[in-house]
Design a protein around this ligand. Structure first.
Ligand code: ADP
Ligand code: MG
Length: 630
């Protein structure tokens, strides 16, 4: 059995650490005896660094020296987060590289978001070490699905600073899906509803047989439990003002206590129908100099009135995610609740109303992400034996491209871990979506290989074919887990899929495929040639087709007829030809006829090409054969 790999949910508001012991995930208590650690770090005048609960208690009292929600800034340029910077009470500034950093007076230096993360991670690491009675060196850390490469790298750096090797940066919804057991299902779609402290995220995932795929994500980066606390605080402040005429907003100590009391009351109302908020000596009457007390009763019904619009907003975002995934509520097999705010009964009620069924009740919503990370950790440490470990890729891995060809990104027998990227483009004009289909095998025809999974990258700005640049990356880690990402270079929009090795081929299947390949090598070569020639023919015919469509008036009716016939004939060859020779013949024919019009065609084509080149330099990338998605 390998070394323990702990799982950490490094949350915006709270963090949790978990580890699999004897096959079961355990959530580890921190030094204060809590399973949840606030993601807050505070620097005192004495240069002491407080982390977690003790730091959170100073958030309002010493706002400039207390950093909360630092996750909003990790791996970001200052310019990108300028607006968010105004919403926090500590000072966010650009460092010398233009990255967001914190100017903390008591720290006496710039503090980077990675360092804040590292303080939190170190505390959790130490808690885990205490629990396990041994040194912990490795961790799986989760991040939101929408985190980009820089944010992920910065998260890894935070781990490194805490003395942890981050063996995997795992998407939070994927972690929740792992804890739910989505990879073990035959085939299922789940919706992960993550309502945390400061953010709301929805992800729709599809899984089964070792594969977990994120289908759609949506969210609001400023919608969370804190908004609910604020509503309660506002109400308390208003009530107190009505009774005493005193505005508590001016009093920092009072505000800190109000905030704590509001959150506490909210939590209690998840289990009780009413609660008593009691803050003795909240302030001093400026006239009588007598201490004043705040005493208020809050019922669940009253709270629900206060926050109904907030909960409704989350349902609107759920609808958006469903629309993106082209699914209806009834297509979702299970709703997995993540985040402390999903404990609120009104939240559960609204979800039930919307989906017509109870959300899944499995792991604790505020612990499920860390548990999923721990499960991933145990797979990586080799503790879970049902996962096939390999050190070279036994078969080629690639995607389907134009004409059904298999374009290999990682050839067989490549040592892993490995990362390969290639840029592709579209086959049709104004195509806004491409489907990335991942296959494993040696046939030049994608469909003849083992299909591993697919996903759609949408939102590509409409452009002529050949212009969009879509970068597809294959990433296989040391455990054979394949991550495929596609990114539109123009918008930076990306989609990805994770394929567990167990979903690949068994030893025997691999052997069989390799034998097959050796036996039919010649046939494979022929097929490959056929696809290549068909693509070549398509390249020739396409501009003619386009001219007929867009500039037919440049040709006489006879000319039009001849060209139309040529196009129809060629299309038939592309669709039906089974022999390379057939295609070759047609290519010659097209070239011959086209040469008659060469001057005209050339001129028009040049204009067209120039048009495209003005928009983007076209490097002749391979085209992804994407089915139009309606
Ligand atoms: P994040 O993922 O943002 O770090 P969490 O998932 O830990 O956050 O959620 C934290 C939020 O959940 C806080 O706003 C907290 O007040 C809220 N919360 C925790 N427990 C409860 C509860 N029992 N009822 C209502 N809200 C709760
Ligand atoms: Mg969270």
């Amino acid at each position: 059995m390998g070394e323990k790999i702990i799982g950490i949910d490094l949350g915006t508001t709270n963090s949790v650490v978990s580890v699999v012991v004897g096959g079961e995930p355990v959530v580890i208590q921190n030094q204060e005896g809590n399973r949840i650690t606030p993601s807050v770090v505070s620097w005192t005048k004495e240069k002491e660094i407080l982390v977690g609960e003790p730091a959170k208690r100073r958030a309002i009292l010493d706002p400039q020296n207390t950093v909360y929600e630092s996750k909003r800034f990790i791996g970001r340029k200052y310019e990108e987060v300028k607006d968010i910077a105004n919403k926090v009470s500590y000072k966010v500034v650009p460092d010398e590289k233009g990255d967001a950093a914190f100017d903390i007076p008591n720290a006496g230096k710039l503090v980077r978001p990675e360092e804040v993360g590292a303080h939190i991670l170190r505390k959790l690491k130490e808690a885990a070490e205490q629990y396990l009675g041994e040194e912990v060196k490795k961790a799986v850390i989760t991040v939101p699905a929408y985190f980009n490469e820089r944010q992920r790298q910065a998260t890894k750096m935070a781990g490194k600073l805490a003395g942890l090797e981050v063996v995997r940066v795992l998407n939070e919804p994927t972690a929740a899906a792992l804890a739910y057991g989505l990879d073990k299902k035959k085939e299922a779609k789940i919706l992960v509803y993550d309502f945390g402290g400061g953010t709301f995220d929805v992800s729709i995932l599809e899984g089964g047989d070792g594969v977990i795929e994120v289908k759609a994500t949506a969210g609001d980066a400023f919608l969370g439990g804190a908004n609910i606390d604020e509503r309660i605080m506002e109400w308390l402040i208003e009530e107190f003002k009505k009774e005493t005429g005193i505005d508590l907003r001016q009093d920092r100590t009072a505000l800190q206590r109000l905030k704590e009391a509001a959150e506490q009351a909210k939590k209690e109302l998840s289990f009780k129908m009413e609660t008593e908020i009691s803050l003795p000596f909240i302030t001093i009457d400026p006239e009588t100099k007598q201490p004043l007390h705040l005493q208020k009763k809050l019922t669940r019904a009253r709270l629900e009135q206060m926050i109904e619009d907030i909960v409704d907003r989350t349902i609107e975002i759920v609808k958006r995610a469903l629309a993106d995934a082209k699914l209806k509520p009834e297509d979702i097999d299970d709703i997995v609740l993540v985040g402390g705010s999903t404990r609120i009964p009104l939240v559960q009620k609204k979800i039930k109303e919307f989906f017509g069924k109870e959300p899944h009740k499995g792991v604790n919503p505020d612990e499920v992400v860390a548990v999923g990370a721990a499960i991933q950790g145990s797979i990586l440490s080799g503790e879970k034996k049902d996962v096939l470990l390999i050190d070279v890729t036994p078969l080629s891995l690639g995607i389907e491209t134009m004409g059904g060809a298999m374009t290999v990104l990682i050839p067989r027998n490549t040592p892993i871990p490995v990362r390969k990227c290639e840029t592709f483009t579209t086959v049709r004009d104004y195509q806004t979506e491409v489907e990335i289909k991942v296959y494993q095998g040696e046939s030049p025809i994608a469909k003849e290989n083992k299909f591993l999974g697919s996903f759609i990258l949408s939102g590509i700005p409409p452009a002529p074919r050949g212009v969009p640049q879509i970068e597809v990356c294959f990433d296989i880690d040391a455990d054979g887990i394949l991550h495929v990402t596609a990114k539109d270079k123009a918008t930076g929009k990306s989609q990805s899929i994770t394929i567990q090795p167990s979903s690949g081929l068994t030893e025997e299947e691999v052997q069989k495929m390799l034998e097959e390949y050796e036996k039919h090598k010649e046939e494979y070569e022929r097929k490959k040639k056929l696809v290549e020639l068909k693509n070549q023919l398509d390249q020739l015919v396409y501009p003619i087709e386009k001219l007929l469509r867009e500039a037919a008036d440049k040709f006489t009716p006879e000319e039009q007829k001849e060209l139309q016939q040529l196009v129809a004939e060629s299309r038939k060859v592309i669709d039906e030809a089974t022999e390379p020779e057939e295609v070759e013949k047609q290519i010659q024919k097209v070239q011959q006829i086209a040469s008659k019009y060469s001057e005209k065609l050339y001129k028009l084509a040049q204009e067209e090409k120039k048009d495209n080149e003005d928009k983007k330099d076209n490097k002749g990338d391979d085209a992804i054969d994407a089915k139009p998605v309606d």
